[in-house]
Structure formats: C-alpha cells, structure tokens
Design a protein around this ligand. Structure first.
Ligand code: ADP
Ligand code: MG
Length: 701
C-alpha cells in the first residue's frame, strides 16, 4: 500500500537529523520522500511486505519463486570472474534438508561477511545452476541468538539516495525512540472505538513492523478510515459553506403557469424535483441542488421551471453548458418558452467574435436580458449579470467541485441559488463523492411514450449489412450517429493497435466512398468550437444524414430525428458512456436502434456488451460498470486523466475503493461535525487543521 499525506506539524515531531546515521544531507533526501520529521516519516508507508518469517527447507524451494531460507555457511567465499568480466562471489550453504550455492556479483566486500559456520536468513529465488541449486543475489540478515528477525519485512517506495535498509532503520527508530504516541491523530477516539479500529500508535507499529498480515490489515483499515473520515468531514463542512451567506428568498414560487404552457404534462418525478427547487428558492439559505436522472428523463424542463421562478421574481438567471453545441440547443429550446412570458434570453458562447462578445456583455450588464445561456465563457468575471438569482450548470460532472465553489461564491454579499444537472447515472455512493456538497433530486421516471432503443452487438463481418442498415435509415428520413474512439491514427501507434482502431476522420472518408450520395459530417474534439457547432447544427437541422464523431456528442445533444447510433470499437467505452451515447437516439417518434461494433472476444468485453443489449436502465448499468471496472470511468475527466476531487486534494480512486466504509465515514463525519461539534474544539486541533488545509483557512470559526 502506498499512501502519503502532508502531516500537520505537532509538538514532539523530532527532526530526522537527530536520528542516528542521518545527517543534514540525508535528512534532505528523506524530506524529498515526504518525511520531513518523525511524523512525516511514519506516514511513509510500505508498498509491500516480504514474508521472510515463513522460512522453508531448501528441499521445498521451488525454482523461480522467492522464498526465505535459513542457511549455515559451509565454505569460505570464493571469488572468480565470469565470462563477461563480472566478479563472482560464491559459497556453499546448507540446512537440514539440503545444500546450495549462494552467488553474488560485484560485491567482493561480502567476502568477510559470510564466514563458515555463520547462520543467515536469505530471501531470494532458487534456480537450477550448472552445479545444482543456486541462490543468486539474495537479501540476507544474520541470525543471532537473542534477537528476533522481522517476520514481515516492509518494502518502501524509495527515491534515489535512499535504500531499504536506511528507511527501515529510520522507521524503527521513529517507532521506538521517537514514540509514535505523539503522532497527530485525526480520528476522534469516539469514532475510532465505534468502528473497532486499533489505536493511532498501534496502527503505526503495525504498518511498519507487523507480526503478521492480519496486523497489516488492521493498520490499513485504520489509515483508510482516517482518510475517508477526514474527506467526509471536509465535504460536510463544504456543504455547510455552500449554504452560508444569503440568497434572495423568492416570494412567489408558483410555476403552474409555466408548466401548463408546455403542451404536455410533467412526470411525477419532474414535479417533485421542481417542488424541491421551489421550496429551496423560497428560502434565503442558498440552494445547492443536484438534479440527476437518466438521459432523456427531462431535466432541462426542470431547470427551465427553476429559471422561470427566478425570472418572475425579477432576478436574472444563468445557464452554463459544457459545450457550445449544448448551449445552442438549450437556447433554441428555451428562449421561445421564456419569450411567451416576456423574458429575454441571450446566447453567449465562444463562437462569437470578440467584438460581438463585448457588445453582448455590455447589453447583459445593462440588464437587457433576464436569462443568459452560454458555455464556460460565462464564468469569466467580466460577465456581469445584474442581480443574479440562480445559476444553473448542465452536465456538471465535467466541471468539478472547484468551479462549483467559484460559481456560488460572490464577494461576501448575496449569493445566487445554484442548480446542477447531471445526466450521468452514478451509483448513489459515488454521487456522495462527486456531489457530496449538494442536495439531490432524483428523476427516476421517463416521460410517457419513450420507446426502448433496440440494441445489437455485432462484429466486423456485419460491415456490409451495417452499411445497408445505414442506407435504410437514411432513406426513411432518419439520421445516423457513428461514434469512433479516436480522432485520427497517432503516428507512433503500435501496428496491431492502429489496424483495429477506427478513427473518426479516416472512417468518415471511407464511409463516404462506400455510400455515395449520403451526406456525412465529421465532428471531433480537436476542431474549433465554432467549427464543431456549425457541423452539429447542420446535423440538427437535417442538412446531414450521418454524423461521424468522437465522444464529443456524448453530452446531452437532442436531435429528435436520429434513429440509429453506431459505436465502433465499443469494447473501448465504459458502459455508462455507451448508455449516454445510446441516449442520443430514440428521442423522437422514430423507432430507434443502437449497434455496438466490436471484434473483441475477451470474456469481460463480451459480458459488458451483453449488459448493454439487455439492460436499458442507466442506474443498473452504472452499478454493473462500477462493480466490474471500478470507479475509474465515472471519475475520469474528459481528457482521460484521473480526476482529482476539485476541492479536496484526495485521490478519488483510493476513496472509492470500499463503498461501505465510505458510507460509514460519512455517518461518522456528520455526527462529529454537527452533534459533537469537534471542529475547532479542544483536542481536535489536528483534524481542524487538516480541514482548513483542504478547504482554506478560516472555514472553521
Ligand atoms: P435530459 O434529462 O436528458 O436533459 P431533456 O430535458 O433533454 O432530457 O428531455 C428530453 C426530451 O423529452 C425533450 O425533447 C423534452 O422536450 C421531452 N420531455 C421532457 N419532459 C417531458 C414530459 N414530461 N413529457 C413529454 N416529453 C418530455
Ligand atoms: Mg440534458
């Protein structure tokens, strides 16, 4: 296991220069490794353990497998040269079951260490050499009467200048002389005892000098819980922060007028979500709410109703989308709805010329608009929305918690209500991590009349049939999405990889040759935003029949006429991502299809794709995905980088490891913060300091 954290300084933290054998220079190297004092050193955890206590007889040694042997040296070491000029040190050693030759290279100085009759514990691999069993370059420790060797020897992550022995000795000194009892404890005793965890000092001893693997496990549980708990306290505090300050409390939060103007009835889940929002916005506690629901469940209208409430109370509203395409679409859908009530909507995206942007900003600042829809460009400080009442962000998981904090935060005074829409069906426990600072309205019901999208999994041998299926859809007036995993072949791609991976631009031109007369467009992430938008708009308005793209279309685009979604190299996508993509079709009246193309024969891939074929509930798919592939797909940023929690510098991959424990940590955190009020209290200085480190100083008062 590998975990290191910045530790808060505390009294009793002895500098490493006071350790035997560590001078200023070495202490500096240790500091580079994260150990700038005793407590920092104790937080440098082993990455593995060698089970050297499990000594086996030579005769039971399996060649090629690392094992521990306790052997007596039986011959004086002999030095010679190998054919390649390496110096070889050789001697014989035995135990009650047999004997072997022990070999070291270029280490003549060991000659004096291995005197005949001396006993050592060796750790290494046996191999069958020319003259029988050989133990080559093993680790070794002298066996002396009265001193016990460590049964499990820790292996530390090292930076250059350090050796395992140096770190092991330093850790031992830290554990004994420097007394880890004083090491800063983050877990309140009540929590520790409640969860049956070992003490702080025991945990340090068990991680660095365990007697057995059960102790390692106990120590790990302690440190993981400590990290989860601290994280959960951070989010709990963040949640309180999000609600601090005052937002405008709206007097009139009725919305019937708006919803009855739609021409269709809302689903029960939509009504409940809007009621949650209306109730939030009637209070001056700032709303911080997530509207989550499967693709196509109708989140946009929920957001629109929230905007309506805001505007009719005389405040302006902002809606931010992650892409220009989506901003356009929201504008096209919502502006006419609001127009009916005399509310004016502006569209502000990166596609505008800077002169146009400037002009629009001025008009926005002058109060010409009730609603502004746009992309990230909106959050820049030079967009001054007069008396903002509500900020809505769509598909928020692309923004992250840090931006969220920035959004709500105005300069000390009034802050707007915040509403977040997410179309990623995420398992509840993961939602706690990604959106732990928000309240949640879940839309768990689809608008009536939604038809199931028939899904097929096919391989390359279906290519000709697939082409004619595209033609059939197009000739019937439908439209087709084709999604490829890569934009274009990377120059340095491995041969076998580039052969099988479909790239969007190559694919589009090949398809054009195979299907003349079909109007094909291409969209990928490396295009400029306005180029993307214009192709996308052509597809939306029916000027294109087929849109070949990378996953840029994943998010929320709504083309009612689209009837076929083809995903190439489908095995390369996460299930939730495939579900998102499938959600792009079947949005209108047309019978719609999704074809997943994959030549992968691996068991896991086949099983995953068959889940897509048989399951249409996004949450069930998400649960399956989480179980099979871990949380990576949910928390990856669009660029594929593992997402760090925006606000809390914690590796989420690690946090997601164990959902059950995570839930317990949240329970304990709430109790500690709200009931026991530990933050800022005496005896909890380390925890309080840590939280301020996460969220900024001054958050605890
Ligand atoms: P998403 O939740 O994926 O953002 P949208 O809000 O884009 O879904 O809605 C998908 C489609 O369903 C839109 O065309 C929208 O007009 C329509 N829709 C939303 N709510 C209802 C409803 N209650 N009844 C019928 N159609 C609805
Ligand atoms: Mg949407």
């Amino acid at each position: 296991m590998k975990m290191r954290q910045n530790q808060t300084k505390s009294s009793g933290d002895i500098p490493l220069t006071e350790f035997p054998g560590i001078g200023a220079r070495r202490a500096e190297i240790f500091a580079k490794n994260g150990a700038d004092g005793t407590f920092g050193l104790l937080r440098c955890f082993p990455r593995a353990y060698e089970n050297r206590g499990n000594v086996i007889p030579l005769a039971s040694g399996v060649p090629g497998e690392t094992a521990a042997f306790e052997l007596t040296v039986s011959s004086k070491p002999d030095c010679s040269f190998s054919e390649k000029g390496k110096r070889i040190l050789r001697f014989r050693a035995f135990d009650c079951s047999g004997s072997c030759t022990v070999v070291f290279f270029n280490q003549d100085y060991l000659k004096s260490v291995f005197s005949a009759g001396a006993v050592f514990r060796f750790w290494g691999k046996l191999k069958n050499g020319r003259y029988g069993a050989e133990l080559v370059s093993p680790q070794f420790e002298p066996v002396r009467y009265g001193t016990e060797l460590m049964p499990l020897v820790p292996v530390y992550p090292l930076c250059s200048g350090l050796t395992q022995k140096l770190v092991r000795d330093a850790e031992l000194y830290a554990l004994t002389a420097a007394a880890p009892e004083g090491a800063p404890q983050l877990l309140p005793e009540k929590v520790r005892l409640g969860r049956g965890l070992v003490s702080n000092a025991e945990a340090y001893r068990m991680i660095h000098r365990p007697n057995d693997f059960a102790e390692v496990e106990n120590a790990k549980q302690y440190f993981i819980y400590e990290e989860l708990f601290t994280f959960a306290v951070g989010l709990t505090v963040a949640k309180t922060m999000r609600r601090s300050g005052a937002a405008p409390a709206f007097c009139d939060v009725s919305f019937d007028e708006f919803t009855s103007s739609l021409g269709f009835g809302l689903t029960g889940a939509q009504k409940r979500a809007i009621a949650d929002i209306a109730s939030d916005m009637s209070s001056e506690i700032p709303m911080a709410r997530l509207v989550a629901g499967d693709v196509g469940c109708g989140k946009t209208l929920v957001a629109a109703a929230a905007a309506y409430i805001c505007m009719k109370n005389g405040r302006t509203c902002a809606l931010m989308a992650p892409t220009g395409i989506l901003a356009n679409q929201h504008y096209a859908g919502l502006a006419p709805l609001f127009e009916k009530f005399g509310f004016r909507t502006a569209l502000l995206t990166g596609a505008l010329t800077s002169a146009k942007k400037r002009e629009l900003r001025e008009r926005i600042a002058a109060g010409e608009f009730n609603m502004v829809i746009g992309t990230h460009a909106l959050i820049t400080p030079d967009v001054k929305l007069p008396s903002p009442g509500l900020v809505i962000t769509d598909e928020q998981h692309r923004f992250g918690a840090a931006q969220r904090a920035r959004l709500g935060g105005s300069d000390g005074g009034e802050r707007p209500h915040v509403l977040v829409m997410s179309a990623t069906p995420i398992p509840r426990t993961l939602a706690m991590i990604l959106y732990g600072d928000l309240d949640v309205s879940l839309i768990d019901e689809m608008p009536p009349g939604r038809k199931k999208v028939d899904t097929f999994v096919v391989n390359e041998s279906y290519r000709a049939r697939l082409d004619s299926f595209i033609l059939k859809n197009v000739s019937e007036g439908g439209q087709v999405y084709i999604v490829c995993p890569a934009v274009e072949q990377p120059d340095d791609a491995e041969e076998d990889l580039s052969e099988s991976l479909k790239d969007a631009s190559g694919y589009a031109s090949a398809l054009g040759e195979r299907l003349p007369g079909v109007r094909i467009g291409l969209v990928h992430g490396r295009m400029k935003e306005n180029e993307k938008d214009s192709v996308m708009n052509m597809f939306a308005s029916g000027e294109l029949d087929v849109l070949v793209s990378t996953t840029v279309i994943e998010v929320g685009v709504n083309v009612q006429n689209a009837s076929l979604m083809i995903v190439e190299n489908a095995e390369r996508f996460g299930l939730s991502q495939l579900h998102q993509l499938r959600g792009r079709v079947g949005r209108g009246d047309r019978k719609s299809y999704c074809v997943l193309v994959s030549d992968s024969k691996g068991d896991a891939a086949v099983k995953r794709l068959s889940v897509m074929k048989n399951e249409s509930d996004g949450y069930k798919i998400a649960e399956f995905d989480l179980e099979q592939r871990g949380p990576g797909d949910f928390i990856k940023a669009p660029d594929g980088q593992l997402r760090q929690h925006g606000m809390l510098r914690t590796n989420m991959m690690h946090l997601c490891g164990d959902m059950k424990t995570l839930e317990q940590a949240f329970e304990d955190a709430e109790e500690a913060v709200y009931k026991d009020r530990v933050l800022g209290a005496e005896g909890y200085e380390n925890l309080s300091e840590k939280i301020e480190e996460m969220l900024g100083t001054g958050v605890i008062v």
